[in-house]
Design a protein around this ligand. Structure first.
Ligand code: NA7
Length: 546
């Protein structure tokens, strides 16, 4: 049964609209339904729930966050009853989990699938958002929650001649449902980020020939995938609230023990020894945050981290020319990657590494890809593992008009602007889960924390008969300054990647995250509640009826 109510003028009215049905969208629907029984309508442009885990069905797709912190915490029964099979679950398993959550909490009745939200316009007089969808319908709601995904708007580079290519081209994040038969095929992979290294490692022994088109190598450590440590989930359940509190009040919210030792404070030998041990234990985020606490800020620490990985690449990859091509010159300051067997893949006879930094892709031909050295690489299938217009990309696909008709595109013309990564000045009652300058952490626990905060503000608006809540211009400015200052002290700021927008030509290169840590971010949200939202928000009153 739908919650909607027909409103005047052909639009349908609900209390809250949610966009997206990934981790954050599903929890938003559940949570908001429990705020004074609000009516909620969600829109999802995919054919089912899952968000990232719906779209990324490419071979080898799996989480590289340990599953004990890559799940919901809001219901201990759910945590208890869902039996995860692996430390880093595959896409299929995470997707099944999210579908189970949708069914268990009866969320599907609120979701309209295969529907793209096109516009969102603030109606000042009614204090409502008017949302239009690509099926030609219009909706009204007082609250709009956008859970549209941090890594969702795909980056699809266009190459000369791609229309005449007779084979198939697939982006990893728009992988066809039902899989693609690649056995025995000649497969090219463009891109060597998280998605690329997973697809390459998974497919190398299943395809006829694989050509890896690498522009920029990245540092990869093994994940050392293994079953979940015996007793771990039971131990978490024994102190469930304490465990999740510790996750949220850590730096990264990944659930592992973060180091409090600076690599700069120990000897060179000790540094190398510790990174060697961490490499053996596996995990990208662990390599960055569990060995020492200064890898992302200290060039000394960073150099030791990369020295160890470079040594492993040289040990693993038999051909020294290939090994050298695989060793990055960048700092270890992109989103850290992990994957078992990645470097070993390049010892296979059917795998070829093509350096497209040296010899860029010139064009697609009927039969494959031609690079600048004149070589035509013959291919049946090309996999684009070319990433995303991250963080702000999906938000900007919706044409927003806020107070006074100002567009979000204009408001963000020079850079995305938010307070807390959640709300933007001029856009009342609009919440962006993991919007720009949100926390740089493991996402699911912080999704929940943000949605809980959103629900709290909505409750505050309702309890006080308010029309709206809106971040002030000063709050936005202060948040940007604080986020920028924090990020400028890190090596992420000086390393090209989607984290600072530098993967998208023409996109402003700026810090896209608050890097003060999960615990500090939790305190920032709590501060707003403790001050009754008076410091950093304008609380709008409904017009008194005549
Ligand atoms: P990433 O990490 O942004 O990686 C994209 C890769 O694609 C990267 O190696 C790029 O090389 C390469 N790329 C992009 N455009 C081109 C063109 N035109 N030619 C050649 N190579 C290109 O995306 P992922 O999907 O792997 O991962 C994104 C996040 O999703 C990941 O960090 C996880 O959080 C989940 P470049 O570095 O630009 O030279």
């Amino acid at each position: 049964m739908s919650d909607e109510v027909k409103a005047e003028g052909g639009t349908t009215e609900v209390d809250a609209i949610v966009i997206g049905s990934g981790f954050a969208g599903l929890y938003s629907i559940h949570k908001l339904r429990n705020v004074d029984g609000l009516t909620v309508q969600a829109f999802e442009n995919a054919g089912d729930v899952g968000g990232t885990w719906y779209w990324n069905q490419y071979p080898g797709a799996r989480s590289d966050t340990e599953v004990n912190a890559y799940c919901y915490s809001f219901d201990k029964e759910l945590f208890h009853e869902w039996k995860w099979s692996e430390r880093y679950p595959r896409q299929e398993e995470i997707w099944s989990y999210l579908k189970h959550v949708a069914d268990r909490y009866d969320l599907r009745r609120s979701i309209q699938f295969d529907t793209q939200v096109e516009t969102a316009t603030w109606d000042e007089a009614a204090s409502q958002w008017i949302v239009t969808t690509d099926d030609g319908k219009a909706w009204r709601a007082k609250f709009l929650i956008e859970a549209v995904g941090l890594l969702s708007a795909t980056k699809v580079p266009h190459f000369a001649g791609e229309d005449r290519f007779k084979g198939q081209i697939h982006h990893t994040a728009r992988w066809p449902q039902g899989d693609v038969d690649l056995s025995g095929k000649r497969v090219g992979v463009i891109g060597t980020g998280s998605s690329g290294i997973q697809v390459i490692s998974e497919l190398a022994d299943k395809v006829g020939h694989m050509t890896v088109f690498q522009r920029t190598p990245q540092w990869v450590v093994p994940s050392k995938h293994r079953p979940i440590a015996p007793g771990l989930l039971e131990k978490i359940e024994a102190d469930y609230e304490g465990y999740w509190r510790d996750v949220l009040y850590s730096v990264t919210a990944f659930g592992f023990e973060e180091s409090d030792i600076a690599a700069e404070d120990v000897s060179y030998e000790e540094r190398i020894k510790r990174f060697e041990e961490q490499y053996e234990d596996g995990g990208g985020f662990q390599y960055m945050f569990a060995a020492f606490n200064d890898v992302a800020v200290s060039r000394v620490a960073n150099a030791a981290a990369t020295e160890v990985i470079a040594g492993k690449i040289r040990e693993t990859v038999k051909d020294p020319v290939t090994a050298n091509l695989l060793i990055p010159s960048d700092l270890y300051a992109k989103r850290p990657l992990c994957c078992d067997g990645y470097y070993e893949t390049f010892n296979r006879d059917n795998v070829e590494l093509v350096d497209v930094q040296h010899d860029p892709i010139v064009e697609f031909t009927e039969n494959g890809i031609r690079t600048e050295d004149g070589v035509e690489h013959e291919l049946d299938v090309v996999i684009l593992a070319t990433g995303f217009d991250a963080v702000s990309g999906n938000q900007l696909k919706i044409q927003h008009r806020g107070r006074g008709g100002v567009s979000l595109h204009d408001h963000w013309a020079h850079r995305p602007r938010t307070h807390l990564g959640l709300m933007a000045h001029g856009f009342p009652n609009l919440y962006m889960i993991y919007g720009p300058m949100g926390p740089f952490t493991n996402q699911p626990p912080l999704h929940e924390a943000q949605v809980n905060w959103v629900a709290g503000t909505i409750q505050h608006v309702l309890n006080n008969d308010l029309a709206s809540i809106e971040a002030t211009a000063d709050a936005e400015e202060a948040w940007i300054a604080e986020s920028d200052e924090g990020a400028s002290g890190t090596l992420f700021a000086v390393t090209n990647s989607w984290i600072n927008g530098s993967n998208i030509p023409g996109k402003p290169i700026i810090n896209m995250f608050y890097m003060g840590g999960s615990g500090a971010y939790m305190d920032k949200m709590a501060h707003e509640v403790e001050t009754d939202y008076r410091e950093n928000f304008t609380l709008g009153h409904a017009p008194v009826p005549a």
